[in-house]
Design a protein around this ligand. Structure first.
Ligand code: SF4
Ligand code: SF4
Ligand code: SF4
Length: 274
């Protein structure tokens, strides 16, 4: 039952059906199928989870097979539970959000296709957020991905209006005598200066990804580590692959990734994987 996404409830013979939705994306026909199934098999109730999933609770044991078939006809399959990689969560990113720097749902779909439901020592959560505003809280996931952009000043276009200096929440920009300086140590690569400049005097020289590892909440929360401030897509995929391989090799049964980092040391992980 668990392998197909059905979790036992408090009530005997009642199960909550967890569905696998990637990056918070669901088609209209799938929403219809969910509501149809909720009305057909339970009291018309669907629960939206904290990880962008949809659950149908109160499914009777006798209806499990039929509701599974109805959902699969609409392209909705059971979610992952237990010692597996969970469905990837994501914000809408660059195609919808003004602040977005990467296409989060598209990246989520590609990562999910490779890793969803594969073995891990315990649950392994991946979140993708489109910019440093961090709406998807990548810092609270086993593997968090954040879209970033490196700003570059175009001197010839700049009229030294000072707007970018005021906009930058990291105080990374200073203008002195018509010369603009971007402090790369303070910059959080959010791209707000790029979108705010009306003279196209700051470009996005390079887009990429920041990576967080080992974050979790739950009974014993752990702050994430941040092994990578800025990398490209090839390296992102490589690091994710190696991180999961590291977790599978060294993780003890039931050990979360952050706890593994604490046991073996973040530096050892970093040296092995990076
Ligand atoms: S993280 Fe950034 S891109 Fe994603 S929803 Fe929030 S503000 Fe928009
Ligand atoms: S907002 Fe644009 S034009 Fe104004 S100081 Fe910044 S870079 Fe120059
Ligand atoms: S990218 Fe963000 S943090 Fe960096 S200089 Fe521009 S506004 Fe400031």
């Amino acid at each position: 039952m668990k392998n197909n996404g059905f979790l036992p409830q408090k009530l005997d013979n009642k199960f909550s059906m967890c569905t696998h939705l990637v990056g918070g994306c669901v088609e209209a026909n799938q929403l219809r199928a969910l509501t149809d199934a909720a009305e057909k098999y339970v009291a018309g109730h669907v629960h939206i989870t904290s990880r962008q999933g949809a659950e149908i609770p109160f499914v009777d044991m006798d209806d499990v097979e039929n509701i599974t078939e109805d959902m699969e006809d609409a392209g909705i399959f059971g979610g992952a539970t237990g010692q597996k990689v969970r469905g990837v969560v994501a914000c809408q990113g660059i195609t919808v959000c003004n602040h977005g720097l990467i296409n989060c749902p598209e990246l989520a779909a590609r990562i999910d296709e490779i890793y969803f439901g594969t073995y891990a020592s315990k649950k392994f959560k991946i979140a993708i957020t489109g910019c440093p505003a961090s709406c998807m809280k990548p810092q609270e996931n086993d593997f968090g991905i954040m879209g970033v952009v490196r700003p570059e000043w175009i001197e010839n276009n700049c009229v030294a209006c000072g707007l970018c200096e005021k906009i930058c929440k990291a105080d990374a920009i200073s203008i002195d005598n018509g010369q603009l300086d971007i402090d790369s140590n303070s910059c959080i690569f959010c791209g707000e200066c790029i979108s705010s400049c009306k003279k196209s005097a700051i470009n996005g020289a390079e887009s990429g990804y920041a990576i967080f590892v080992g974050g979790k909440v739950g009974r014993f929360p752990r702050s994430c580590d941040k092994p990578i401030e800025f990398t490209d897509e090839n390296r992102l995929f490589s690091i994710l692959e190696k991180t999961l391989a590291y977790y599978r090799k060294y993780g003890q049964d039931g050990e979360r990734f952050g706890d593994l980092l604490d046991r073996r040391g973040f530096a050892e992980y970093r040296d092995t994987v990076l």
